[in-house]
Design a protein around this ligand. Structure first.
Ligand code: MN
Ligand code: ZN
Length: 666
């Protein structure tokens, strides 16, 4: 702590000042500890600002002004009533810069002065951020245009019936006009080969050049949509079609302010004030994953102190007032995308859907076909890359294996690359897997392994002292087949023999603990054990909303008459929205090592940026109690224990001398 402070402080201070500052920082750390905030000593992009909270009478605006001196602020979180705030900068370097520059800074607030103290935190706890933080990647730049420019821009939009250079539509709830390219509401896309003559109005040039110079965009937009909302009008929640437009979307609010609602697929929602003359910048997660919309209303509830300002509307009821909506004109600038979208949010990406999403199967034949395409074939094609990400055994599986007496016979049904076959050298281990390529890897490692389906293993009944089935049964697509896999496992066991089963859990948060998978959201899917997934509280009925959104955003052209729900693509490291899902696997590394990866795949889509295929694996994630109930439905079985381990549901079974066996003997 001390060394990093001394070495990073660029500001010259006297010895006494330094000593005092150090003591005060120490005191602030004690306070933070009481709040359950864990600070770290190494620089990160996230900092907690002691004394910089709403509870200290510090306003978001005055705090933000100071924070901006340290670098570009990605997000600012001001929990209601708390004496601290969280700020996230673009990088750890920027965080370190802010730390050295701003620690001990006095901030004048109304008639009192507060001293700000900064500490690094590893992450900003999202639970703390309920309705307080802007969605990641979102910013609202106030007073981006002057009142004169505003007038000029409003006059540039000619609402008189059409000239041939623009397309104007009177939609049910608002007036809209397109420049550059027409946006079609029938397929939520643009005709990329049919640009409108005339391009964007020249009046926009200055403001777009400013966006370019300030780094909000890296290329000039080529499409402009002008929307005019009368008081009481709005726009339904939606995600701008990924395949139609590039990442950054700019939206300028003119004439009046409004409130825009942002919603995460897991149910979290954030209401953001867009003041008149402000520029909304949507990038990354806020652009791709969150929906945005404007609820049709004549009045908005906005914060009192920030009545003219932007920001998130918090639940602080003492600080809210009504604001009348007037006619608002928005200018939304977008850049047409000419290659498929390659974002990290496949669940909402129209470029990353499998050609024809399968339905949840009911009939045995459909289940077999689904598993052949979305399980067997995929593992065959990703085997080498998959194997390179699977090396550390899970501790509780290891403990189970080490608890087996010497000389035991162990079968690992669905052994993958064989990472459990050599854990206990005192037992005779044999593995099998449906993937010939994975079995080949086991054999090359010197293990006993053979190709077999887990529903019919060519081993004698009662021949094993122990069996394990780790991350296998969740790949069967009907309840009957999942239970049959347990029955087959039990068939192999001798009476008194034990089996350990792991399946992926719907509940990724258990006993208030989130898996590290959740905490380390990256665009990678190849991290060790993708079976561990993140979690988040599943609110109300996110699936319903998700379905609705997907169908309106992505499938608006094809009205599918379906009785069985389609299986959605899951976005890695987000909450599960349904039990049956397709989990993307982005193939990395040397494609030559992955047999058949580049060709002959009916499942792989090309990840356009890297020219590496994306595969989809089918999973059925288990709800609490589901695995245990299923095992209890199998004869001659006693459940020894049932537990949650790193985002998995697990049971340990013992084969008993049940009625069926007794009858056999009699
Ligand atoms: Mn939009
Ligand atoms: Zn996308």
């Amino acid at each position: 702590m001390e060394s990093s402070m001394d070495s990073t402080r660029a500001v010259r201070r006297t010895k006494e000042e330094k000593k005092l500052l150090r003591r005060q920082i120490k005191a602030s750390l004690t306070l933070l500890k009481h709040e359950g905030i864990n600070t770290v000593t190494h620089p990160t992009k996230h900092l907690v600002v002691s004394n910089g909270g709403l509870g200290n009478g510090v306003s978001r605006e005055s705090l933000l002004e100071v924070l901006k001196e340290g670098g570009t602020v990605e997000s600012l979180l001001t929990p209601p009533g708390k004496p601290y705030a969280f700020v996230t900068y673009l990088s750890a370097e920027a965080g370190q810069n802010a730390y050295s520059l701003l620690n001990g800074r006095a901030l004048q607030c109304h008639d009192q002065s507060v001293t700000l103290y900064f500490s690094y935190v590893e992450e900003v706890d999202s639970d703390r951020s309920v309705s307080c933080a802007l969605p990641p990647g979102l910013s609202v730049l106030e007073d981006f245009v002057s009142p004169e420019e505003e007038l000029q821009l409003l006059q540039a939009v000619d609402w008189t019936p059409d000239t041939d250079v623009t397309v104007q539509k009177a939609l049910k709830h608002r007036r809209v006009k397109h420049y550059g390219y027409e946006f079609r509401y029938d397929n939520n896309n643009v005709d990329k080969d049919k640009p409108l003559p005339g391009g964007l109005p020249a009046e926009c040039d200055a403001l777009l050049q400013r966006c370019l110079a300030d780094g909000h965009i890296s290329v000039l937009p080529d499409q402009l949509t002008v929307n005019q909302y009368q008081s009481g009008q709005g726009i339904p929640p939606h995600v701008d079609t990924h395949s139609a437009f590039e990442d950054t979307i700019l939206s300028l609010s003119l004439g009046a302010k409004t409130v825009m609602d942002f919603k995460h697929p897991d149910g979290r929602s954030v209401a953001v004030v867009l003041p008149e003359r402000s520029l909304l910048v949507m990038k990354g997660e806020s652009r791709y994953l969150w929906t945005h919309g404007i609820t049709p209303r004549k009045f908005d509830v906005v914060p009192v102190l920030e009545a003219g300002g932007s920001g998130v509307i918090t639940s602080d009821l003492n600080n809210l007032t009504l604001s009348r909506r007037d006619t608002r004109t928005s200018l939304t600038f977008r850049k047409i995308r000419h290659t498929p979208c390659n974002c990290a949010y496949p669940s909402v990406c129209d470029s990353q859907q499998p050609p024809s999403p399968p339905a949840v199967p009911v009939a045995e034949g459909d289940a077999c076909r689904l598993e052949a395409q979305y399980v067997h074939q995929v593992y065959e094609e990703i085997s080498s890359h998959f194997s390179s990400t699977r090396h550390s055994p899970w501790p509780q599986v290891r403990d189970f294996l080490l608890s087996l007496p010497p000389g035991s016979i162990l079968a690992d049904i669905g052994c993958g690359n064989g990472k459990y076959l050599g854990i206990n050298p005192e037992v005779m281990s044999v593995g099998c897997d449906r993937s010939a390529n994975l079995v080949q890897i086991c054999i090359e490692r010197g293990y006993e392994a053979f190709v077999s389906d887990a529903l019919s293993v060519p081993l004698r009944s009662g021949s094993c002292d122990a069996c394990i089935s780790i991350a296998v049964i969740h790949h069967f697509s009907t309840q009957e087949r999942r239970q049959a896999a347990v029955t087959e496992l039990v068939r192999l066991l001798k009476v008194g023999g034990r089996a350990l089963i792991y399946v992926w859990a719907m509940e990724q948060e258990y006993n208030n603990k989130k898996s590290k998978y959740l905490k380390e959201r990256t665009t990678e899917t190849s991290i060790e054990s993708s079976e561990e997934l993140k979690s988040e509280e599943n609110k109300s009925n996110p699936q319903e909303e998700h379905d609705r959104k997907i169908s309106s955003d992505m499938k608006c052209t094809e009205e599918q008459n379906e009785t069985q729900p389609r299986i959605h693509v899951h976005t890695n490291r987000t909450a599960f929205l349904s039990q049956d899902l397709l989990v993307p696997w982005h193939l990395k590394g040397n494609a030559d090592n992955n047999k058949g990866a580049a060709t002959g795949s009916t499942n792989g889509l090309l990840d356009n940026a890297s020219q590496k295929p994306v595969f989809h694996r089918y999973y059925h994630v288990f709800q609490q109690g589901e695995l245990e109930d299923m095992c209890c439905g199998v004869t001659d079985v006693k459940v020894l224990r049932s537990y949650h381990d790193q985002g998995n549901w697990c049971v340990e079974l013992e084969k008993t001398l049940g009625s069926s066996l007794k009858n056999d003997i009699a």
